[in-house]
Write a protein that binds this ligand. Structure first.
Ligand code: TXA
Ligand code: MG
Length: 323
């Protein structure tokens, strides 16, 4: 690998250097509006294999491929009418579509974990877009964290987890949304939600004029059937997480939401005003801050199951799941 440069500013010179590193088969971490991605050439089996290795990710869990837009998506996958509708409204943005791979497309088979589908996303972050343009490659980009751990929303989070495994980390500041993209499969007639995320299901249904089926949720025995990535324990801090907490137990840190009388020596509030967008943006960084030696666990107050709260609760249930 080329020299490890660590965190660098996402200016034109470093984006150009990052594009060269990607073309040489190296990995580069880059900011998106959701979380930081661990980028590699999605057409190179070697680069994709290095992503799985760097993350310690099971190779049956396929990766998201980032592209510049609908035209690039159409080169790699077949686009049913619903894809045009959703792309028109939500791309660029936090929406990933699982689509039938085009036969003989130039993508690595490994990126799809051997399946005949591929997950495509057009990111909105200007640095991600500049990197896609400069490299002229589709970029495989899972969240830039070791598999099963908390996703990164700052360049420093990436350095903490994967610093010695990437050629460089482009620093684009904290991620605006802070939760991964919504993943929707368009493989069957009825669109299916594989992962709740930055775009609410209600917005998708309004756009499509039809219902979106929910994939098996956390705790469901059938989970994993349609979403190979829907492993139960995920986004996990080192210490146990207790969700829906309405009281405190000895030694626990507190992750609050909204106004509260609960207190703890170590505490953070996702949104004192009870705003779900603010809470989503703070979630991963606050979990990291509270996950410190000396606490017995992290108690998380209830989060309303509406809007972005659905995606927040999905991540919290996984963080709390048995390891
Ligand atoms: O916001 C995001 O989506 C971030 C940023 C970096 O773009 N990326 C991300 O990637 O979260 P990753 O690899 O951590 O999550 C990919 C998700 C997994 O749940 C995976 O199982 C699912 O997408 N996925 C990928 N390809 C799939 C496929 N062909 N069929 C079904 N699910 C797929
Ligand atoms: Mg991830």
């Amino acid at each position: 690998m080329t020299q490890l440069r660590g965190i660098v500013p996402a200016d034109a010179a470093h984006i150009a250097a990052a594009a060269e590193a990607l073309k040489a088969g190296d990995l580069v971490a880059f900011p998106t509006e959701t979380v930081y991605g661990l980028g590699g050439d999605a057409c190179s089996d070697r680069a994709v294999a290095r992503i799985y290795e760097a993350k310690g990710r099971p190779s049956f869990n396929p990766l998201i491929v980032h592209v510049t837009g609908l035209a690039a998506a159409g080169d790699l996958a077949e686009l049913p009418p619903a894809a045009f509708v959703l792309a028109e409204l939500f791309w660029p943005g936090p929406l990933t579509l699982v689509l039938p791979r085009r036969r003989n497309c130039r993508l690595s088979l490994l990126v799809s974990a051997g399946m005949d589908s591929v997950a495509l996303r057009v990111p909105a972050h200007p640095v991600a877009r500049a990197l896609l343009a400069a490299s002229n490659l589709p970029l495989a980009g899972p969240s830039a964290n070791p598999s099963g751990r908390i996703s990164p929303t700052t360049a420093q989070h990436v350095a903490d987890g994967l610093g010695d495994k990437v050629a460089m980390i482009l620093d684009g500041g904290p991620c605006r949304i802070g939760l991964e993209s919504t993943v929707v499969s368009l493989l069957e007639d009825v669109p299916q939600l594989l992962r709740p995320g930055g775009i609410e299901v209600a917005s998708l249904e309004a756009a499509l004029g039809c219902g979106v089926a929910l994939a098996p949720q956390v705790g469901d025995v059938a989970a994993g059937l349609h979403g190979p990535g829907r492993l139960l324990s995920h986004y996990a801090p080192d210490r146990p997480v207790r969700v829906g907490a309405v009281d405190m137990r000895p030694g626990e840190a507190l992750l609050a939401f909204g106004p509260t009388a609960l207190t703890a020596q170590h505490m953070a509030n996702l949104s004192p005003a009870g705003d779900l967008t603010e809470a989503a943006a703070n979630l991963f960084a606050m979990l990291r801050t509270l996950d410190r030696p000396g606490i017995t666990g992290i108690a998380v107050m209830p989060i309303p199951e509406r809007g972005l709260g659905v995606a927040i609760n999905d991540r919290l249930r996984r963080a709390a799941a048995p390891r």
